[in-house]
Ligand binder design. Structure first.
Ligand SMILES: [Zn+2]
Length: 244
C-alpha cells in the first residue's frame, strides 16, 4: 500500500477515536444542564412563592394601617354623634360612620384573602423545598459522576488530539486538506477498501481503469462518486472473500 494511504488510514483511525470521545464528552454538559434546569425550575417556584408572600405582607401592612385609621375615625365620629343636637348633622355623621363600616368590612375581607394567599404560598414553599431536597439527593450522585467523567473525558480528548496532531504532522498538508474535507463530509469514513470492484464507502462500481490504479497502489486514488480514498486490501483476505 502507498505509505501515504497507510498514513491516511492511521489518521482516520485516530480521528475516529477522537470523534467518539468528543461525542461522549459533548453529552456531559447537556445532561448537567438538564439536571440543573430541573433543580432551578423548583428553586424558581420557591422564589415565586416567597415573592408572593412578601407582596401580600406589604399589602397586609398597608390595609391594617387603613383599617386602624378608619376605626380611629369611627370612634371620633361616635363620640361626636353623642354631642350633636341637630338631626341633619346627626344623619350626616351616621352616614359617615356607615361608610367607614362598609370600608372596613371590605378591608377585613381583603385581609382574609391575603392571609389565605400567604398560607397557600407557605404550603407551596414547604412542598417545593422537600421536593428540591429529594431531587438534589436523587441527582447528587449523577452530578458528581458527570463532573468526574468530564475531567476524565477532557484529559482523554487532549490525549487523542495530540495523537491525531502527531499523525497529521506526517501527512502532506495538501493531501491532509483533501482528506479532512472527505472525512467531515462522509461521516468519518474517508479511506475505504475497493477489493470487490466496488467503492467500500458508497458501493458504486468502480471503472476498470480506477481498479487498476488502486491495485497498483502507487497513486492516491479517490472514488469518482464519493471522493473517498481507495486502497487494495490484503490479497489473501480478498481471496478468502471470493471463496465465501
Ligand atoms: Zn465511493
Amino acid at each position: 500500500m502507498d505509505p501515504r494511504l497507510s498514513q491516511l488510514l492511521e489518521l482516520q483511525e485516530t480521528l475516529s477515536e477522537q470523534r467518539e470521545i468528543e461525542n461522549e464528552y459533548q453529552l456531559i454538559p447537556q445532561r448537567q444542564d438538564e439536571i440543573n434546569a430541573i433543580l432551578n425550575g423548583i428553586e424558581q417556584q420557591i422564589e415565586a412563592a416567597r415573592a408572593k408572600i412578601l407582596e401580600c405582607e406589604t399589602e397586609q401592612k398597608t390595609r391594617e394601617l387603613d383599617l386602624q385609621s378608619n376605626q380611629d375615625k369611627r370612634l371620633k365620629k361616635e363620640a361626636q354623634v353623642l354631642t350633636i343636637k341637630n338631626k341633619k348633622e346627626y344623619d350626616a355623621s351616621m352616614s359617615e360612620i356607615d361608610t367607614l363600616d362598609k370600608k372596613n368590612q371590605r378591608i377585613e375581607a381583603r385581609l382574609m384573602e391575603l392571609m389565605e394567599e400567604i398560607e397557600k404560598n407557605k404550603k407551596i414553599i414547604e412542598e417545593k423545598e422537600s421536593e428540591l431536597e429529594a431531587k438534589r439527593n436523587q441527582y447528587s450522585g449523577e452530578l458528581d459522576h458527570l463532573a468526574k467523567r468530564a475531567d476524565e473525558m477532557g484529559a482523554a480528548l487532549n490525549g487523542a488530539k495530540s495523537v491525531s496532531d502527531g499523525v497529521i504532522q506526517k501527512v502532506n498538508p495538501n493531501l491532509y486538506q483533501r482528506f479532512a474535507r472527505v472525512f467531515s463530509m462522509r461521516g468519518g469514513l474517508a479511506v475505504a477498501p475497493a477489493n470487490s470492484g466496488h467503492c467500500g464507502g458508497c458501493n458504486i462500481k468502480l471503472t476498470p481503469r480506477l481498479m487498476q490504479l488502486v491495485k497498483r497502489g502507487q497513486d492516491i486514488v479517490q472514488c469518482e462518486s464519493c471522493h473517498r480514498f481507495l486502497y487494495w486490501e490484503n490479497e489473501t483476505l480478498a481471496e478468502d472473500d471470493d471463496i465465501l
